[in-house]
Design a protein. Sequence first.
Length: 163
Amino acid sequence: MKLFNFSFALLLVLFSIQATSAQAEMENSADATRHGEHFHKNVAGVVLGITHAGRRKNGPALALEYERRFNESFGVGGIIEYTGGDAEVWVAAIPFAYHTGHWKFYVAPGVEDGHHGTEELVRLGGEYAFELSSGWEVAPQLNVDFVDGDEVLIFGVLFARGF
């Protein structure tokens, strides 16, 4: 009987938290709609870029990105990036993002796999999104990877679509 009471109380708390969260989300959505703002819960895109100096030797970069937004301000996602040229390198990272208006800033722990072997990295980055009427966004971005005592700059442009 105690287990039933505990389970019932836990379910009641979880449902009330969910109901409060849903109500707040509806209010925020109504406010955002009134102010002409909108965000997609999911955003996927392609980044075309170039690395600058360091261990990746000015190579062209191609990345796939995905982000799941929890609300207007916070999201988490995934990055898979290939850098070609003299140093063939793969990067995989999990960005934790903060959005404010058209700006997005993120920190992304991950790994770099290349001719140096597999190394842990931390990516810090930022971008500014230009929303197109077609539903696409174009966002110039600047990233800095900190890996094994080196810093690698990556300049790119994200072409993304929300859904």
